[in-house]
Design a protein around this ligand. Structure first.
Ligand SMILES: [Zn+2]
Length: 187
């Protein structure tokens, strides 16, 4: 059975036995917060548990590294929509130790892409056209610096309301311990 079949089979049972009932809530976050974190598998349940976030408590955005790489990209848009349309009042950027994006070099990704049959001439053509594939694929050196950088991106955004605290934290992916990097109440 494929993964997709397994998921669909489970889903039939999940819905027919009304297991969804305990998750029912609204689209507005009870704790009025929007959190950006990493897609790391270890954080799926650990992060909300360690932060006492239940279904309905927060808007959670995830990507590789909890990174905001562009002020007008989809992550920043999601944060703004959460703040303006979905009643979030605070932002938390939560990176983590041992992140796959720490020390990631584009060279490693591009080498793998080449062995997977990607046309590398096309990639070189993109570079020629001014698309910086190298920095697009690059991670960060230190998670604390990356979190600080993302907090700054949000704080400096021209569409950010003045009264929104933006916090920066780093979570330990085994213990769930949070290290405070930036206290957004102290602006
Ligand atoms: Zn990560």
């Amino acid at each position: 059975m494929t993964l997709l079949d397994k998921i669909l089979n489970h889903n039939d049972e999940f819905v027919s036995t009304e297991q969804y009932v305990k998750f029912q809530t609204t689209k507005f976050p009870n704790k009025k917060v929007v959190i950006l974190s990493c897609m790391d598998t270890r954080l799926i349940e650990l992060l909300p548990s360690a932060m006492n976030i239940k279904n309905g408590d927060a808007k959670i955005i995830k990507n590789a590294g909890a990174i905001i790489s562009h002020p007008f990209g989809s992550v920043m848009r999601s944060i703004l929509v959460a703040l303006y349309e979905l009643q979030a009042d605070e932002v938390m950027i939560v990176g983590h130790h041992g992140c796959g994006m720490a020390g990631l070099e584009s060279k490693s990704v591009l080498e793998k892409a080449a062995t997977r049959g990607v046309d590398m001439q096309q990639i070189r053509d993109l570079e020629f056209l001014g698309i910086d594939v190298t920095s697009f694929l690059k991670g960060f050196d230190k998670v604390e610096d990356s979190v600080r950088h993302s907090v700054e991106m949000v704080n400096k955004h021209p569409l950010l309301p003045n009264d929104v605290p933006v916090h920066g934290l780093v979570i330990h992916p085994e213990t769930g311990k949070l290290d405070l990097i930036i206290d957004g109440y102290k602006k």
